[in-house]
Design a protein around this ligand. Structure first.
Ligand SMILES: *[C@@H]1O[C@H](CO)[C@@H](O)[C@H](O)[C@H]1NC(C)=O
Ligand SMILES: *[C@@H]1O[C@H](CO)[C@@H](O)[C@H](O)[C@H]1NC(C)=O
Ligand SMILES: *[C@@H]1O[C@H](CO)[C@@H](O)[C@H](O)[C@H]1NC(C)=O
Ligand SMILES: *[C@@H]1O[C@H](CO)[C@@H](O)[C@H](O)[C@H]1NC(C)=O
Length: 621
């Protein structure tokens, strides 16, 4: 049994290879022409039929000489998809035809699309059954068929799609039960269909709203009534029945509430006892938890409006001393630090940040680390290494404090906040637009800092390069923060696909290579030039990351189409340098680590660009 599907797949892949060898861009072009014959809509009529390559056609995106993406969302297309159309685009990875008026079934030759990752057909009038071969496409990640007229049952083989993360089937006419789903879906919606039966346990964690508008039962909806295998499916339950449902639900709620209240009382009692015992040893930072929650989670350095709080109290049980690396900022002790007035700066991946202002005028940033996973000795060794680093474009680590309950890092305070806040912050709020000189200077400064880190030894990397970790001094010099902390912080979650900065080969956030740093830095450059946030929802929803978006736009259109309008508005000339920096950013985001340049090389290239654009080098070392 187990061999069969594998054999099928390998035979399939073999044929696919045969097909790939014999077919090429011409065949892709023929397929697109076939679609144009059967689907109506102005955008397709505008395709330039005298061009021999289809890669310049609206909505068609190529890579390595083949069509890899077809995106025609909201283009008023109608008609049905032909056989020998999309199914012949054998290198297709993304298909987005959402929000058109397409009808008819999903053609059977979609089963050829073995590279397809993202399928967006929502908001059309497609009908027929959902073909089961969609779930055997080996690379499929997102399937969105919502708001169509699909009928019949949800195929039983959903679990064959081992990489599937999104399954949206809402607002169709699907009937029958939801099959047992054992793969881990991140997004799921079957609301407003005609499904019946009980909700599989594995899906009970999704909100009730994604099941509503059906005749389903079981968690998170109302519990199923007995075994009830032969209940009337599509007709509403008789009124008497409904009442008994309500009664039993009420009874269950009562029992649950009773239990919860009892448990809470017990916990409260335990908590009081514990508190009394511990009070003499340490101050529990309980109020502080609320403050951190209140802090904005969007960007690390977005300063909330005057939230004045105390710096987190720390237990003095182990060591009362701050360990200083730099004394030129002035010295203070832990008590002094804790008494300084403080303001929440933000909550980042490694912990929360505070701004601490002393009465005598000194201002520092305090980072309270969370989830430190290494023993004290390793922690102190690591900090010793970080404290020995000194570079004009690194935020200076002034001191640290370690105890069992508190790990604090004291940094120099950067008044301008983060690049992220500056690029994506509230534009109406008296925000200064960033011109080319400033952006090039920031890119160069950050490159120099990372180069410096990499030059220390071949295993040292930053590990967390992103725009919220690039802080700015008063004169808009880049100051890189949060460097080298990844190895001592637990990676609470598996590497996040949606984290737009992470190199594709990274599987453990604590082990980031220098080449992975180069990738993240490349994304940062693209962010600086496009003004688009790599974590932007719109990009992710389409299944595109920033490097791929830049790549496809520059291939189709002029590179100048990707630049932040704020950047090009004031630039009469010098676009050439923008393009040069863009190319550097793109080379850093090469798929394979070995194809990426080293950070030293990148720095040299950016130095050339900023020299030739005559921008003053803000920092030289
Ligand atoms: C169509 O393509 C041909 C050949 O590439 C080109 O000469 C012509 O200018 C294009 N027409 C338009 C309207 O872009
Ligand atoms: C699609 O591919 C099949 C098999 O390779 C081929 O016979 C057919 O002509 C192609 N259709 C078009 C429109 O190119
Ligand atoms: C599920 O689909 C319904 C429409 O039927 C929509 O209102 C709801 O917001 C969706 N929920 C999620 C979590 O996608
Ligand atoms: C669901 O509905 C179908 C008919 O549409 C019926 O045959 C089946 O018994 C129903 N199943 C349950 C569990 O109610």
């Amino acid at each position: 049994m187990k061999c069969k599907p594998k054999l099928g797949l390998s035979v399939f892949i073999f044929f696919f290879y045969l097909a790939a060898v014999t077919s090429d861009l011409d065949s892709d072009r023929r397929a697109l022409v076939a679609i144009r014959k059967s689907v109506r809509g102005r955008p397709l009529l505008l395709w330039n039929m005298s061009a021999s390559s289809p890669c310049s056609w609206h909505g068609v995106y190529c890579a390595a000489g083949r069509v890899t993406e077809l995106r025609l969302p909201g283009n008023g297309l109608f008609g049905s998809l032909p056989i020998g159309g999309i199914g012949n685009l054998t290198q297709l990875q993304t298909l987005s035809l959402r929000f058109n008026s397409l009808s008819g079934p999903i053609p059977s030759d979609f089963s050829n699309l073995v590279l397809l990752r993202y399928l967006y057909l929502q908001g059309n009038a497609f009908s027929g059954e959902i073909p089961s071969f969609l779930f055997t496409l080996p690379n499929i990640i997102r399937i969105n068929l919502g708001e169509n007229r699909f009928s019949g049952r949800i195929p039983d083989n959903v679990n064959s799609a081992t990489r599937l993360a999104t399954l949206y089937l809402q607002r169709n006419q699907l009937t029958g039960p939801i099959p047992e789903i054992t793969i881990t879906l991140q997004q799921f919606n079957v609301s407003s269909n005609q499904l019946n039966g009980s909700i599989p346990n594995s899906l009970s964690g999704f909100p009730a709203a994604v099941f509503e508008g059906n005749t389903l039962c079981g968690k998170p909806l109302n519990p199923c009534e007995g075994i009830a295998p032969s209940e009337s499916p599509n007709s509403p339950p008789p009124p008497g029945k409904k009442d008994s449902d309500k009664l039993s639900a009420g009874a269950i709620a009562g029992i649950v509430i009773g239990c919860v209240v009892g448990l809470l009382l017990l916990l409260l009692l335990l908590f009081c006892l514990c508190c009394r015992k511990k009070k003499k040893e340490e101050t529990v930072p309980s109020t502080n938890a609320q403050r951190t929650v209140a802090a904005p989670t969007t960007s690390t350095a977005a300063i909330p409006k005057e939230t004045v709080v105390d710096v987190p109290p720390a237990s003095g049980a182990v060591s009362k001393d701050l360990i200083f690396f730099v004394k030129s900022f002035g010295t203070f002790d832990l008590d002094g630090l804790l008494k300084a007035s403080a303001e929440v700066l933000g909550k980042g991946t490694v912990g929360s940040s505070y701004k601490a202002s002393f009465d005598h005028g000194l201002v520092v940033a305090v980072k309270r680390l969370r989830d430190v996973v290494v023993p004290e000795k390793d922690f102190r060794e690591r900090l010793q290494v970080l404290g020995s680093m000194s570079h004009a474009n690194l935020v200076t680590l002034i001191a640290y404090y370690f105890s069992r309950d508190e790990k604090l890092l004291v940094f120099e305070y950067m008044s301008r906040g983060s690049l992220s806040a500056l690029l994506h912050g509230n534009k109406g709020n008296g925000r200064t637009p960033l011109n080319w000189e400033t952006r090039a200077g920031i890119a160069l400064g950050a490159a120099r800092a990372i180069s410096y880190l990499h030059s220390r030894d071949s295993t040292t990397s930053h590990g967390n390069i992103k725009s919220s970790n690039i802080l700015l001094s008063n004169s808009y010099e880049a100051k890189v923060s949060d460097y080298g902390l990844a190895p001592i912080i637990s990676s609470t979650s598996a590497p996040n696909r949606i984290d737009g900065y992470r190199a594709p080969e990274v599987t453990d956030a604590r082990k980031i290579s220098q080449k992975a740093d180069v990738y993240s830095f490349g994304v940062l450059i693209l962010e600086l030039l496009t003004g688009k946030s790599p974590t932007h929802q719109q990009l992710n929803e389409e299944g595109v990351d920033l490097p791929r978006w830049v790549q496809s736009v520059t291939e189709q259109q002029s590179p100048s189409d990707v630049f932040d309008p704020e950047l090009t508005r004031y630039e009469t000339e010098g676009n050439e340098n923008l393009t040069r920096l863009l190319k550097i950013g793109m080379s850093c985001t090469a798929q394979y680590p070995d194809s990426r340049p080293s950070m030293a090389e990148v720095t040299r290239l950016i130095e050339e660009v900023s020299r030739s654009s005559g921008s003053p080098n803000p920092v030289s070392d």
